[in-house]
Design a binder for this molecule. Structure first.
Ligand code: GRF
Length: 213
């Protein structure tokens, strides 16, 4: 399955996907990386891996719709059949989300539907929650909403700061995102009545929680 990855920065989740795709038996291939920010580490990671990478700058476009249309055109041209958001920090237009419905996933560093939006780890700490984690979900027009595909749980420790919690969750993100993409590329995932159905997947834990690498 040919995949495009949209990024805005560091690109550590992109790197996790690049690494996973290197395995001969991994059923997906990244054919394009698009960043809405110039000079970010994620673009360097793509170039190092020999993947086509482009930067589209929002201020070169007169609207969100025209920016997203240009992005869509680049993705279509690359031959990508599926799109992963990996730290993509820009709201997508309804049109783009509709075009890629059920072919567009995101990773978010909390156990959705808890703690949407920004300052996610501060929100988790302020709430007093004992656990946070990360979620891979299909994208819908509302931010951080959509059918949940996979989650990993991470404990919140008494002396956690937003940064220490973020680091521990990020480790799980790097396992969870490749697993989610693999299941999709294997054709085991479908969305029905806004629920994700995964067939023929029996992890030892009996659920998609804290997947082993
Ligand atoms: C990750 O925590 C991801 O869940 C969130 O933004 C962060 C991106 O990190 N959406 P990176 O760019 O993948 O390193």
């Amino acid at each position: 399955m040919k995949v495009a990855v949209l990024i805005s920065g560091r690109g550590s989740n992109l790197q996790a996907l690049i690494n996973a795709c290197k395995a001969d038996d991994f059923p997906a291939e990244i054919v394009l990386v698009v960043s809405n920010k110039a000079d970010v580490q994620g673009l360097e990671r793509a170039e190092e891996a020999g993947i086509s990478a482009i930067n589209l700058t929002p201020k070169d476009y007169d609207s969100r719709a025209s920016f997203d249309a240009a992005m869509n055109e680049a993705i279509q041209k690359s031959g990508a059949e599926f799109v992963c958001l990996a730290g993509y920090m820009r709201l997508l237009s309804d049109d783009f989300v509709r075009t890629w419905r059920d072919k567009l996933i995101n990773i978010h560093p909390s156990l959705l539907p808890a703690f949407k939006g920004l300052h996610v780890h501060e929100q988790a700490l302020d709430s007093g929650a004992r656990f946070s984690g990360c979620t891979v979900h299909f994208v819908r027009p509302a931010m951080d909403e959509g059918p949940i595909l996979a989650q990993a749980v991470v404990p919140v420790l008494p002396d956690d700061t937003p940064d220490t919690l973020a680091d521990r969750i990020l480790e799980q993100e790097h396992k969870l995102y490749p697993l989610a993409l693999k299941l999709i590329a294997q054709g085991r995932v479908r969305v029905s009545a806004e629920r994700v159905i995964i067939t023929d997947h029996n992890p030892p834990q009996g659920g998609l929680v804290n997947p082993v690498s």
